[in-house]
Design a protein around this ligand. Sequence first.
Ligand SMILES: [Zn+2]
Length: 297
Amino acid sequence: MLGTASQVPTRTRGQNGYLLRWDAEGLLFDPGEGAQRQMLLAGVSASDVTRICLTHFHGDHCLGLPGVVQRLSLDHVPHPVDAHFPGSGREYFARLRHASAFYETATLREWPIEAEGEVARGGFGTLSVRRLVHAIDAYGYRLVEPDGRRMLPDRLRERGVTGPAVGRLQRDGTIEVDGRTVRLEEVSEPRRGQRFAFVMDTRLCDGVYALAEGADLLVVEATFLDGDADLAWRYGHLTAGQAARVAAGSGVRTLVLTHFSQRYPEPAAFAEEARRHFDGELVVAADLMRIPVPPKR
Ligand SMILES: [Zn+2]
């Protein structure tokens, strides 16, 4: 958690910013002002970033981009970095990317989003977006790892599959042992890939549910409390209660609330409200917190 305040930084919270470490990928979401320094404090280097994902172009979600972009070049980050952002904000992206003079050495590839659906696919899985409902174009992100199989040591032993043969079986799907064919399905069980969802500024809408469905880890804005649900609706935001009800109904395992309005001095109120609806792992985010993606089941 690089920053957890909405709109403006406070004494204890920086503007938004989140880094998801996911195998070899480092996805930087919505870097607000100060993201570069928060990365330093969090022990994240520029070369850890492989992808930048913006939900929308309000300042608290993108004003940190110029610093991060220039840092990629300053540090001679060798790998290309892919940037995803709402296509209607191309002009903003162009300005942020070239906000001031610098010597560009890093490769930043731009992937403006024009529609819902898949935006990237790789060894990490599939990254897709859904529309959110905010004052301006906004998208939430969902990252889904491919399903795999978990090997069952007892069954392997029973069938005499050992050592390098296990790897061959995983690769080829079948193997011959003492003249008998062993199939992968006999000695393993399906293991669901991990799922991550990132939902920022939005009213409650279909997109929120679609993104959150079965997420192992959901990072979601909870700008307001239920007592101010009318304000949340008017400004296109969620309450902690709404976020928690979505999480409960969607089978979320770890729920992370963030992007808090500075009108509430006491973060415990968000936890109390969310706890009434959600009984899984609940985190009220604070700056520089590290939250593990729950292990595979
Ligand atoms: Zn915001």
